[in-house]
Design a binder for this molecule. Structure first.
Ligand code: ZN
Ligand code: ZN
Length: 407
């Protein structure tokens, strides 16, 4: 198994374990711990537990796909494979919601190519920010010693997306169920009349005559069901199409001239994570990811949010050294309103970032650097530099959300 596959599978197992035991995934970086803590708090405040189960699906669906993008210091591998994912919610020990869904599971795995001893990093034990050199000598705050392999590689980002593909086994199982169901249905319908005319031997007659038409009808019904499923999905896509189509190309055209390292995949991961922080945080004013003035809708009943794999660009432009993007992001959310229900949401958000700074693939909101004095600190805990008192603006380093609406 290649190193990236080992990390990928290990992180999936750790995420399952987190959902059962609250044990933080050791393969995940500080930002992931942060998102997971926010969601865990949300669930706890609603007396809910959420459990994930990941099952491999077999055949070509278990293949791992990855693409690489890098900057001067970091190599990122955007890695995916398919899982049958179950999400189970329970309250007071009783299961209140359960869904099994074939998903693509995307992870961004980050390596540090050249060891940069002066690069800042979060202590994997206590989260305090120090240079890598210092951490290798022992964290000044919790005194834990690390090896460079404890620090890298790490999963720096992940999300799920519905996956439409089936493997042969899944297809055969589905076809078998429908064909058998068709035979059974025709058999049951024809049986009373057959028994009336032939007595008990009518059972056999009825079984014989049901086989071929039943199998045929079952297969037809399955195909029809799959077609409807596909058409419904396609209809959803058509609604999104006008702005979703070409989003990747449009963003590349807009941003590559400022930053040749711009990566659409990395961008999507960051936007989804910003959005999840906004949905799950209870104190948006203190959060570095949002710098808007407008009123934010109440998201406090959302307990799970999954990216649907597409975002559309309504408008994007660069003005006075900042790039602004007006985006529609499609998510599938689970709401808790006494009972749990799933809903497709479209969030319309405006994000902004300075174009002077290139993408930093090692960037984390848990270890930002003050533009005034260069000091490093955790922006999720304070929005003002603790060394010189300068206010921190995430938009100088990375994407920050300026407004959010439910479309
Ligand atoms: Zn420490
Ligand atoms: Zn400062």
């Amino acid at each position: 198994m290649k190193e990236e596959e080992k990390i990928y599978r290990a992180f999936a197992r750790e995420l399952e374990e987190w959902s059962r035991t609250d044990k933080v995934p050791s393969m995940g970086n500080q930002d992931i711990r942060y998102y997971l803590d926010l969601q865990r708090e949300r669930l706890r405040s609603r007396s809910l537990r959420m459990e994930y189960r990941f099952k491999l699906r077999g055949e070509h669906l278990d293949n791992i796909y990855s693409m690489t993008y890098k900057d001067q210091i970091y190599t990122n591998r955007f890695t995916s494979s398919s899982y049958l994912q179950s999400t189970i919610f329970s309250r007071d020990g009783e299961v209140v919601y359960e869904k099994e869904d074939p998903q693509s599971f995307f992870q961004t795995i980050t390596w540090m190519d050249q060891q940069k001893p002066d690069e800042m990093y979060n202590c994997p034990n206590c989260g305090a920010v120090s240079s890598i050199e210092t951490l290798l000598d022992g964290c000044p705050y919790c005194h834990t010693h690390f090896l460079i392999s404890d620090l890298f590689p790490k999963v720096s980002n992940y999300y799920f997306e519905h996956n439409f593909f089936m493997n042969n086994k899944e297809f055969k199982r589905k076809a078998f169920k429908w064909v058998f169901g068709g035979i059974l249905a025709v058999f049951l319908i024809s049986m009373p009349a057959a028994i009336l005319s032939y007595g008990l031997s009518g059972l056999l007659v009825s079984l014989l005559v049901s086989c071929i038409p039943g199998a045929f009808l079952g297969y037809l019904a399955m195909s029809f069901g799959m077609l409807v499923h596909l058409l419904k999905a396609a209809a959803g896509e058509v609604v999104k199409l006008p702005n979703v189509a070409g989003t990747k190309q449009k963003l590349n055209r807009l941003l590559k001239p400022y930053d040749p390292n711009f990566s659409y995949e990395h961008f999507c991961g960051e936007i989804v994570n910003r959005l999840k922080i906004i949905l799950f945080t209870d104190d948006l004013e203190e959060s570095p990811v949002y710098e808007g003035q407008g009123k934010v809708p109440d998201f406090s009943s959302i307990v799970e949010s999954v990216y649907e794999g597409s975002m559309g660009l309504n408008r994007g432009f660069v003005k006075d050294g900042y790039c602004y993007l007006d985006l529609d992001v499609y998510m599938s959310d689970i709401y808790d309103t006494g009972r749990l229900s799933r809903k497709d949401d479209m969030f319309r958000i405006v994000v902004c970032k300075s174009v002077k700074k290139r993408m930093d693939f090692g960037f984390s909101i848990k270890k930002v650097q003050c533009a005034g004095c260069g000091g490093s600190f955790d922006a999720t805990r304070q929005r003002v530099c603790p060394y010189c008192g300068n206010p921190y603006h995430l938009g100088e380093d990375d994407w920050v959300v300026l407004s959010i609406k439910v479309g």
